[in-house]
Design a protein around this ligand. Structure first.
Ligand code: HEM
Length: 350
């Protein structure tokens, strides 16, 4: 592709939004911030797991969405009264991102509820009835001044907060996929139990490669381009085939087999693995939360792999005509047993 793409001039409001998004997101995406988020999420996960042995069944997708919601909100300094309903709204927003019809309307209603909740929170912090932890995302958003010196109105502040909180919850899709993967590959589950950080990261890469979230991304050429000699006029709709690239047999052996080892000694090249968009993360269509996603999956699944549980009959299909796709049942587990060694480790960590 012609790399000397001219910069597009953005309207002032969109430009201010981009600057703010970069500022607020950097509070979650630096290495220390990622470690802090992982700590909160794993602590929320350990707490949740304590109740599982007493329950008839656990739906991993739903449980992970609540754990991720608690972890990210704690990390962002956002107090939660009812993690369950907020998690449901955050999932609804991710679930409706590329779909017309009922899922889209549900997403819009969920967005309106979350924006109202966070807008009220911003007002409460400004009135002094709620305290935002110093340096937290909430604190920074509430005190933010745009280039013109103005503070954010409550609705805009709520939108910015939501942009930081919402995407983390999408990781619950991959938590459920991981349950699906380990059911089919007990050897991988054994390896994950060995507490090998490099293997856990390779597992996270393979999970994102193997399972579909967004099968493709669409965008319009903002100027006349050329791709390998092929002229692409400005305005052309371009689709990036994420699923195809992740399963391309020219890039890897046995693309339809689940083998974390393929990433063990060789981290994936930027353009080889594109489950969360492609190109450069600062200028291309690539998710800025990849490191967070990998770190969360690499921290959560070795813990879950150490649990003993049964997998009952359920609908484990993953429809490829749904976007984002998901394990239909959410991946249900039953009769969860927490081995004594895991209980001891969680207590020591806590
Ligand atoms: C299941 C895990 C995730 C998947 C599959 C995913 C996927 C994606 C995709 C496909 C895009 C669109 C890229 C584009 O077209 O430009 C995107 C954008 C984005 N993602 Fe993620 N993401 C995930 C997790 C996260 C996490 C954990 C964060 C952390 C905060 C995050 C933050 C964002 C943001 C802020 C954008 C918008 C970027 C922009 O507008 O410039 N994502 N993600």
């Amino acid at each position: 592709m012609n790399r000397s793409v001219p910069r597009v001039r953005l309207p002032v409001r969109r430009k201010a939004h981009r600057v703010r998004k970069g500022t607020f997101l950097s509070l979650l995406t630096g290495p220390e911030a990622v470690a802090g988020l992982v700590e909160r999420v794993t602590a929320a996960g350990d707490e949740a797991v304590e109740s599982w042995p007493g329950r008839p069944s656990v739906v991993l997708f739903d449980e992970a969405s609540r754990v991720l919601t608690r972890g990210v909100c704690q990390r962002a300094g956002v107090p939660l009264d009812d993690a369950g309903s907020i998690a449901r709204d955050l999932v609804a927003m991710v679930d409706g991102f590329a779909t017309p019809g009922p899922r889209h309307w549900r997403a819009r209603r969920a967005r309106a509820r979350c924006e109202a909740w966070l807008g009220r929170l911003v007002e409460d912090v400004r009135e002094g009835t709620v305290t935002a932890p110093a340096g937290s995302v909430l604190d920074v958003v509430v005190r933010h001044r745009d280039a013109d010196g103005g503070s954010l109105d409550p609705h805009t502040a709520a939108v910015e907060l939501l942009n930081v909180i919402r995407p983390t919850v999408a990781v619950c899709w991959f938590v459920a996929y991981a349950g699906h993967a380990l059911r089919a590959s007990p050897d991988v589950r054994e390896r994950l139990r060995e507490d090998d950080a490099a293997y856990a990261v390779a597992f996270a890469h393979e999970l994102r490669r193997f399972y579909p979230f967004a099968p493709f991304l669409g965008g319009r050429a903002v100027t006349d381009l050329e791709w390998r000699g092929e002229p692409i006029p400005s305005g052309t709709l371009i689709l990036l085939d994420l699923y195809g690239q992740n399963h391309d047999p020219d890039l890897r052996d046995e693309p339809y087999a689940f083998h974390p080892d393929r990433f063990l000694d060789r981290p994936p090249h930027r353009d080889e693995l594109v489950p969360q968009g492609g190109g450069d993360r600062t200028a291309g269509h690539r998710c800025p939360g990849e490191d967070i996603t990998i770190a969360l999956l690499a921290a959560l699944w070795p813990r879950l792999a150490r649990l003993e549980y049964d997998v009952p009959e359920q609908d484990l299909r993953i429809p490829l005509n749904r976007m984002p796709s998901r394990v239909r049942s959410g991946f249900v587990i039953e009769s969860v047993r927490v081995p004594a060694a895991v209980q001891g480790a969680a207590r020591a960590a806590g």
